[in-house]
Design a protein around this ligand. Structure first.
Ligand code: ZN
Length: 388
């Protein structure tokens, strides 16, 4: 290299990835590199502006498409569906325009349409006829999701049916587990805690596991291909795996909602699935939204218990959790683009404030870029249509 102006020599740190020339590769991590304003004309020094112009590759759509790092495909999408009793029922969810409560016959039509668009999988949620204290509707042989799974499997053979496993939609109290009155810690506590506030009940972890396991076996027998527990009880993946294996269902994979955060973004879902807790909230079992390290522990434990795939939920507010999970674990990773994320886009688009399709695709691409290979989204059909 000829030096034009030795006066401008300065010490520069050259990052490893920039050391492209053999001269630089032989050098250490920090060294004296000659630098002059016209250096780029005569030497092989690291190139910056004006030699490097990143806009060159943004000039046309074919060029942009060629260098695109993240691609969406309908093959990675899962479409959530809410099945309800009746026939010919197609009831729109107020807070989720475009999403419906569907009777079994309508669910079959929707599953067929989804499949035709190239979306390989659906996930089923149920709205039972009756709710009780032991979530009978979740594990009954003629439960609403069991009926839907049978009918869909009969009519749309190739679709992958995922079964959300939780009890909240089937419990009269709307919690994801068995509820019992809490025992006061002391006489003082008993006196201090008035009735009907959150301190006087508890969600019983281990008693819930049995119901989740029973539900899982029942769903698979009805035709569900993938079991997806979303309750956030400790030990549920292990309990479900054991129950499936004992029932001879050794080939049914488990997609665990491993890091599911207690989130305000679930609001519209609770209308869609009629699963609002009648008292208290879900913070004693779903995760605190502030915790990344705990999310990694949750995922680790689910993998140890036998999860075949893992999920982070919600998606956009937790992209860092998705990225950290992708970095750390090699299992297929899913993210749930939840009802509130959908509702916000729909509401703003209906007001003419944003371009719906653009924001939808940008959101899904971001989730994919963060590392989720599988995306559960109410936009699955719309996105598949756009992707062609
Ligand atoms: Zn639940």
């Amino acid at each position: 290299m000829r030096l034009r102006d030795p006066v401008l020599m300065e010490k520069r740190e050259i990052p490893q990835y920039q050391r492209s020339s053999s001269r630089l590769r032989r050098s250490g991590s920090a060294r004296i590199v000659p630098y002059a304003t016209s250096d780029w004309l005569v030497g092989s020094a690291p190139m910056a502006f004006p030699a490097t112009r990143l806009r060159r590759l943004r000039q046309s759509e074919p060029l942009r498409a060629m260098v695109r790092e993240t691609r969406l495909s309908p093959a990675s999408l899962v479409y959530p569906m809410f099945v309800c009793p009746g026939e010919g029922v197609r009831r729109e969810v107020c807070s989720m325009p475009g999403v419906f409560n569907l009777s079994v016959d309508e669910a079959v039509k929707e599953a067929r349409q989804t499949h035709t668009l190239g979306v390989p999988a659906i996930i089923l949620f149920g709205l039972p006829e009756k709710k009780d204290e032991v979530a009978t509707g979740a594990w009954a042989e003629d439960g609403i999701v069991q009926q839907a799974a049978r009918a869909i499997k009969r009519e749309v053979r190739d679709v992958v049916i995922m079964g959300d496993v939780c009890l909240c939609e089937y419990m009269s109290h709307g919690h994801c587990g068995v509820v019992r009155a809490a025992h006061p810690q002391s006489l003082g506590a008993a006196v201090a805690v008035p009735a009907a506030i959150s301190a006087d009940y508890e969600i019983v972890n281990d008693a819930t596991l049995e119901l989740l396991a029973r539900t899982s076996v029942s769903l698979v027998r009805a035709g569900v291909d993938v079991i997806a527990p979303s309750d956030m009880m400790d030990g549920r993946v292990g309990a479900i795996r054991k129950a499936l294996d004992q029932a001879g269902l050794i080939n049914t994979p488990i997609l665990s909602y491993a890091a599911k955060f207690a989130s305000g973004f679930y609001g519209p879902f609770r209308e869609a699935a009629d699963s609002v807790p009648q008292f208290g909230d879900r913070r004693s079992y779903q995760m605190d939204g502030a915790n990344l390290r705990e999310a990694i522990r949750e995922i680790e434990l689910d993998i140890e218990e036998g999860a075949d795939m893992i999920m982070v939920k919600p998606a956009l507010p937790y992209l860092d959790v998705i990225a950290a999970a992708r970095e750390r674990f090699d299992l297929p990773l899913a993210a749930y683009h939840v009802s509130g994320e959908y509702a916000m886009i729909e509401a703003a688009a209906r007001n003419g404030w944003i371009d719906r399709d653009r924001v939808m695709m940008e959101s899904l691409t971001s989730i994919r870029r963060a590392g989720a290979g599988i995306i559960l989204t109410y936009y699955a059909k719309e996105a598949a249509r756009l992707l062609g």
